[in-house]
Design a protein. Structure first.
Length: 212
């Protein structure tokens, strides 16, 4: 077990949550985290990039739990059934973790920034907020977020009120928008078979494998 001193660092106090609980309708309903990019499940790229940045990783999946379990992480399903959207996954993560902070990332962004967590923490501390969200220079990337776990009661009440939209929940809070305009491509995500093929080509050209 890591020492208590180590755990007081931002990394030591942050759990990674990989959101893989969606329906992937634009991918024909395939379970996106398990869809392969050049022969490797998409989620493996995300896990390799995130692992050095956090204390532990939780995978949020609503299908194929056994297969996701083979990646060596805790796997949790949404605490509320019905595919209520990414906020449902974030709440499930916040209810499950043992750290003070949760960083959420989607399973379909294999080029995830290797300094995502440190930059989100820096932005959050500078702004003195409980929530920090990535911005790629053009738009907010709402599922790339650092959350203080004490926000869970507010999120639970929001969802219990029938709300679903992530932007509307963020609008209830003061949050830090953290600038990643120097690396906008790091947020490329794979929603369709065409995007999958295009990213496979990029990965081949740059000889990118998980963890490289
Ligand atoms: N836990 C959970 N995660 C979700 C849910 N809906 C979407 N997500 C996640 O939110 C992230 C961004 O969503 P999308 O890229 O639109 O994925 P998706 O909803 O599976 O795909 P589409 O059905 O094609 O929109 C992905 O990591 C999804 O796994 C949900 O109902 N529950
Ligand atoms: Mg997506």
């Amino acid at each position: 077990m890591a020492s208590s001193q180590h755990n007081k660092t931002p990394r030591g106090e942050t759990t990674g949550l990989v959101l893989a609980g969606g329906r992937a309708r634009r991918m024909g309903g395939d379970d996106k985290g398990l869809v392969e990019l050049n022969g490797v499940p998409m989620i493996e790229y995300v896990l390799c990039a995130l692992q050095p940045q956090v204390r532990e990783i939780v995978i949020n999946a609503n299908r194929n739990r056994e297969r996701y379990g083979r990646f060596g992480c805790v796997v949790i399903s949404d605490s509320q059934a019905g595919y209520l959207g990414p906020l449902a996954g974030m709440l499930s993560g916040m209810l499950a973790v043992r750290t003070s902070w949760l960083v959420s990332v989607p399973c379909d962004s294999p080029l995830l920034p290797v300094d995502l967590v440190s930059r989100l923490h820096t932005g959050l501390e500078a702004a003195g907020t409980r929530l920090a969200v990535a911005h790629d220079g053009e738009r907010l990337q709402p599922v790339f977020a650092l959350l203080d776990v004490t926000l869970r009661d507010d999120l639970q009440a929001f969802l219990a009120g029938g709300e679903r939209k992530i932007d509307r929940w963020y609008a209830r809070h003061v949050y830090a928008e953290v600038d990643f305009s120097d690396i906008p491509d790091a947020f490329s995500n794979v929603n369709t078979p065409e995007q999958r093929r295009a990213l496979e080509t990029v990965l081949q050209e740059t000889r990118t494998r998980p963890g490289s």
